[in-house]
Ligand binder design. Structure first.
Ligand code: GLP
Length: 241
């Protein structure tokens, strides 16, 4: 695993954005795996800015998001569909027809997960997977105890994850209890992974990911097995290394 430690969160975000832009410039029809969460907001802002300035174009890119909450329709304000439209898709030249997220409001989650895996495979596979990390070491919504070979499926969200994300829903009771998420095996299939982590609250999870044993107790530790994985950290997120 390559570990890049930047002085500030701003520099870490800029570094991660450079890596994404380099991939898309090299291969304009790249298949990008996208992540959500607060950490990604400034990264998407940078990518939108680069697109507006003509430094990169996403017009030929295909995207697959990691996850979506079960039960939420794409137009629900708390859905990751809404997040992606607002923060990234609607502000770039991306072709919405080439953007993909699991459907949280599907009637049959098991077949939706199979459909999603088949779509990823039919695209030729993910060239670059962007990742954040949860305070408990989750990636996507692969909570601790997720099988390291898992594929896209339903996961029950832990109480700590629901607390950390409840802000988007007002109160924790309004927060979904399940999500559809790419599995750890799905993520490890990407040709390149870039994980961005900033802030003190991620320091313990980052240390387990990089220096801990590979274990389902810290799902992100599975990234130690990936041959082209880069962790981009700010000094606070790297402070327990
Ligand atoms: C959610 C997402 C993850 C993300 C994590 C961290 O759980 N499913 O993909 O990495 O949150 O989010 P934040 O960046 O807001 O700390």
């Amino acid at each position: 695993m390559k570990v890049l430690i930047c002085e500030t969160a701003e520099k870490a975000v800029a570094r991660a954005a450079e890596l994404v832009i380099a991939q898309v410039r090299k291969k304009p029809d790249a298949v990008l795996g996208l992540a959500t969460g607060g950490t990604m907001l400034p990264l998407y802002r940078k990518l939108c800015e680069a697109c507006r300035q003509g430094a990169v174009s996403f017009a030929q890119s295909t995207t697959f998001n990691l996850d979506e909450y079960v039960g939420l329709a794409p137009d629900h304000p708390g859905s990751y569909h809404s997040y992606m439209r607002e923060i990234f898709f609607d502000q770039t030249d991306i072709d919405l027809g080439r953007t993909h997220l699991p459907r949280g409001d599907c009637a049959d989650p098991a077949s939706e997960c199979q459909r999603y895996e088949a779509l990823i495979a039919a695209s030729g596979g993910i060239d670059l997977q962007l990742l954040g990390i949860g305070q408990n070491g989750h990636i996507g919504f692969n909570e601790p105890t997720s099988s390291l070979g898992s594929r896209t499926r339903i996961k029950t969200l832990s109480h700590s994850t629901r607390l950390a994300n409840a802000g988007h829903f007002g109160v924790i009771d309004a927060m979904p209890r399940h999500a559809l998420t790419m599995g750890i095996g799905t993520i490890l299939d990407a040709r390149q992974c870039i994980l961005l982590a900033t802030g003190q609250s991620k320091a313990a999870a980052v240390a387990s990911m990089i220096e801990g044993p590979v274990s389902a107790g810290c799902p992100a530790s599975a990234l130690q097995l990936h041959p082209a994985m880069t962790a981009v950290l700010d000094a606070e997120a790297a402070s327990d290394l």
